[in-house]
Design a protein around this ligand. Structure first.
Ligand code: HEM
Ligand code: HEM
Ligand SMILES: Nc1nc2c(c(=O)[nH]1)N[C@H]1C(S)=C(S)[C@@H](COP(=O)(O)O)O[C@H]1N2
Ligand SMILES: [Mo]
Length: 347
């Protein structure tokens, strides 16, 4: 059997570095993509500036690392005996994912056909995951070898990290110079929106329920509370709503601290607080967080609008938007720890 690899290198001599393309290029891609999925997921959970800055920086670095390995991967692809359709789909989906990531960072928040760049980015990433799995399974002959951790190869990998870092710095610098949206994004990557312009946002496919405005009675750990009752106890709270779809808004909400409507003795017995929407959407918080969770009835002095959680929604500063449960129906005290919940809502 002819050695196709030798043949193709003979036909078209490549720059010295690119000739090494092969198994390690693929392993490198696997490592970068796994890291990108992990850091991307983490970026969606973090709200505090310092960890968010770190996670989004690492994520950008890994994403740009995929681009940096591009020339080597092209050599691998051109050398392959056959091209599979699924692998070509993979190329397209990676390109969409990368492009949407860059549009999100440098173009800012906007909706095209109802989707934000970050939704396209994460949508493409979700399609990418099974495709990469399939691609990997089709090429299982790949093995990690001891030589992969040799000093020379570690130095080569370090060189890649530096190249990706230089690329990241250059992009950030250029973005700041031309005054792109990247320069004013906050640590989580979100772009500022005026609170009057925030879109009514669902995590996945939750819909505005039919609620009878002020007639709703909430069940707060067994005690019924009417909306006017809650509203009468409301105090102003300045908070930042930071949605993972790529925007944030600072505003003054009016709400009752959860700790003020729950019996402290009963609260002390519980391990977590569950805030449940009329739609079934729910999020679990630590008991300690109850001081910093508000059941809000108004935004900037005006009653909430239906799309934004009327008559009562949770205001949860320090938590990403998906924690801000809308259309709150009840609050439950639970003996389960707060960490026992899916990292993201399921509806
Ligand atoms: C950016 C993500 C990736 C893209 C777009 C991509 C795309 C491709 C394409 C188009 C080929 C040509 C052969 C074919 O059509 O199947 C190929 C070959 C190959 N890929 Fe990937 N790939 C990616 C990541 C990976 C990863 C993570 C691995 C390792 C788990 C891998 C392992 C391989 C191997 C071993 C070959 C050589 C097949 C041969 O020569 O017979 N690839 N890749
Ligand atoms: C779990 C899925 C993913 C999530 C939740 C996610 C999330 C994010 C977020 C929040 C940003 C904005 C960060 C910022 O403003 O600096 C971003 C940017 C980016 N993402 Fe992802 N991502 C995911 C998967 C991926 C994958 C698989 C790749 C690589 C193919 C990737 C490549 C990028 C790139 C290149 C950027 C632009 C970074 C920059 O220039 O700073 N992401 N992503
Ligand atoms: N019941 C319910 N509450 C929810 C959601 C949802 O889908 N269902 N989406 C969350 C998400 S992802 C965000 S960003 C905020 C958006 O609030 P807004 O619609 O007022 O902008 O609500 C959160 N509360
Ligand atoms: Mo959100």
């Amino acid at each position: 059997m002819p050695d196709r690899r030798a043949e193709s290198t003979r036909r078209a001599p490549r720059p010295r570095g690119l000739r090494r393309a092969g198994r390690r290029t693929n392993l490198g891609l696997l490592a970068l993509l796994s890291g990108a999925f992990l850091s991307g997921g983490l970026a969606f959970c973090t709200a505090a500036p310092a960890p968010a800055q770190f996670v989004t920086f690492v994520h950008g670095l890994l994403g740009l690392g995929v681009v940096a390995l591009g020339p080597w991967k092209v050599v691998v692809v051109r050398r392959a005996p056959t091209l599979r359709l699924t692998s070509l789909v993979l190329v397209v989906v990676v390109a969409i994912c990368l492009a949407a990531g860059l549009v999100e960072v440098y173009g800012g928040f906007g909706l095209i056909g109802g989707f934000s760049p970050i939704q396209v980015h994460v949508g493409a990433a979700s399609v990418l995951l099974p495709l990469i799995g399939w691609h990997g399974v089709r090429h299982v002959k790949m093995r990690v070898k001891a030589v992969d951790a040799s000093r020379r190869n570690l130095l080569r990998s370090a060189g890649f990290v530096l190249a990706a870092g230089a690329g990241w710095t250059a992009l950030e610098g250029a973005g700041a110079l031309v005054g792109s949206a990247s320069a004013t994004r906050i640590a989580t990557g979100s772009h500022r929106l005026d609170v009057t312009r925030i879109p009514a946002t669902s995590w996945l496919w939750d819909r505005v329920p039919a609620l009878a405005g002020g007639d709703v009675t909430l069940d707060l750990a067994g005690t019924p509370w009417s909306v006017p009752e809650l509203d009468a106890h409301a105090v102003p709270v300045r908070a930042r709503l930071d949605c993972t779809s790529g925007w944030y808004a600072d505003a003054t909400w009016f709400g009752v601290p959860l700790a003020a409507v729950l019996d402290p003795a009963v609260l002390a017995q519980a391990r977590s607080v569950v805030v449940v929407s009329a739609t079934g959407y729910r999020r679990r918080f630590t008991v300690g967080a109850a001081d910093c969770l508000w059941l809000a009835t108004r935004l900037e002095g005006r009653p909430l609008r239906p799309g934004h959680g009327a008559p009562v929604r949770l205001v949860a500063p320090g938590h990403r938007g998906f924690g801000w449960v809308k259309w709150v129906a009840r609050v439950e005290l639970s003996a389960q720890p707060a960490c026992l919940q899916p990292p993201f809502p399921l509806q």
